[in-house]
Design a protein around this ligand. Structure first.
Ligand code: UDP
Ligand code: MG
Length: 319
């Protein structure tokens, strides 16, 4: 039975590694004999400021398997991957980073697991080479929090490196929300998902585009997109503060009425006011987070715009 493969590679300022990446990926694709229906590599240039698009253009001229999409600006990795998923037309669709942190050599094994009848095979990092202890700790903490608060938890230590079946890709295409936390979306669609463990390499060249500011924002997005637990935290906090204040009030009244103590306690008053003010602001912030999210969704803006394209991809109506 003919079996086709598409590899989606989001690339943002990846001139340093893109050619090397393609050489390695091409070598892997050459060895895959199951691909009688062909393999496509879709490079999505996420509005790079360097020569990434020129390299993609050159690769597309030299290699018939290469297709390219150039987004009109930097929309972020999640949007770039979505553009690739919209353009992919294959029985197995691989998502892989351009920086060679995800070894292309793993693709045949991923596809083999997919063909056993699975819909999503995600690569799970066995070890995080080249990452600081602090990064390891924060990412472990993030997964732990996600597992506790999310209604359908996502697998740990999993990047976006994975292979998806045709119907899994079709399902993902249906999810057009703007707050795209892909790892959560992958888990949300369901179907048969399995993991494959591998050793993750350190970035080959260039810099990671993820600083802690972006990672923290991504974490907040991940939590608020898939859970309303923070709203509940605000509720509980407000409730307990109010009950404590009520009990304390009773105590003060009793003190005056029974023992005739004069009302003292400017410091306690200040502490209580500050505490209540803080708790209210926090609650407001949490609500604001969700209101902002609702606002962003209601605008129903497209997730990306395509500025230029190379090679053959699935004809999709440009968003
Ligand atoms: N990327 C992208 N748009 C962005 C940031 C990153 O398409 O705004 C791509 C990048 O080119 C790479 C992949 O996403 O192929 C992963 O990026 P990076 O290596 O910076 O992230 P990390 O590996 O540290 O998670
Ligand atoms: Mg990387």
């Amino acid at each position: 039975m003919p079996y086709s493969l598409a590899v989606i590679v989001p690339a943002y300022n990846e001139t340093e590694v893109l050619e090397r990446f393609h050489a390695r990926l091409g070598a892997v694709l050459d060895t895959m004999d199951t691909m009688d229906a062909g393999a496509t590599v879709i490079y999505v240039d996420d509005g790079s400021a360097d020569d990434t698009w020129q390299i993609i253009d050159r690769l597309a001229q030299a290699d018939a398997r290469v297709a390219g999409l150039r987004l009109s600006r930097n929309f972020g990795k999640e949007a770039a991957m979505t553009a690739g998923l919209d353009a992919a037309d294959a029985d197995a669709v691989v998502l892989i980073d351009a920086d060679l942190q995800d070894p292309p050599e793993l693709i045949p094994e991923l596809v083999a697991r997919l063909r056993e009848g699975n819909d999503v095979v995600y690569a799970t990092r066995a070890d995080r080479a080249g990452e600081t202890r602090f990064k390891k700790f924060t990412s472990a903490a993030f997964y732990r929090v996600m597992e506790r608060v999310s209604d359908n938890p996502m697998p740990r230590d999993t990047g976006d490196f994975r292979v998806l079946s045709r119907r899994a890709v079709a399902a993902l295409r249906e999810l057009r929300e703007r707050q795209r936390f892909m790892k959560g979306l992958f888990a949300w669609i369901g179907y048969r998902q399995v993991s494959l463990r591998y050793q993750r390499d350190a970035r080959l060249a260039g810099d990671t585009k993820w600083n802690y500011w972006r990672l923290t924002n991504l974490a907040i997005e991940g939590i608020t997109s898939f859970s309303v637990a923070p709203l509940r935290v605000a509720t509980w906090l407000g409730l307990s503060a109010a009950s404590l204040a009520f009990l304390y009030g009773l105590w003060v009244i009793l003190k005056v009425a029974v023992w005739g103590d004069p009302v003292r306690g400017y410091p306690t008053l200040l502490v209580v006011i500050l505490f209540m003010g803080g708790a209210q602001l926090m609650g407001l912030g949490v609500i604001g987070e969700y209101v902002g999210r609702t606002y962003a969704e209601t605008k129903r803006r497209p997730l990306y715009f395509v500025e230029d394209r190379r090679g053959a991809t699935r004809p999709f109506t440009e968003p």
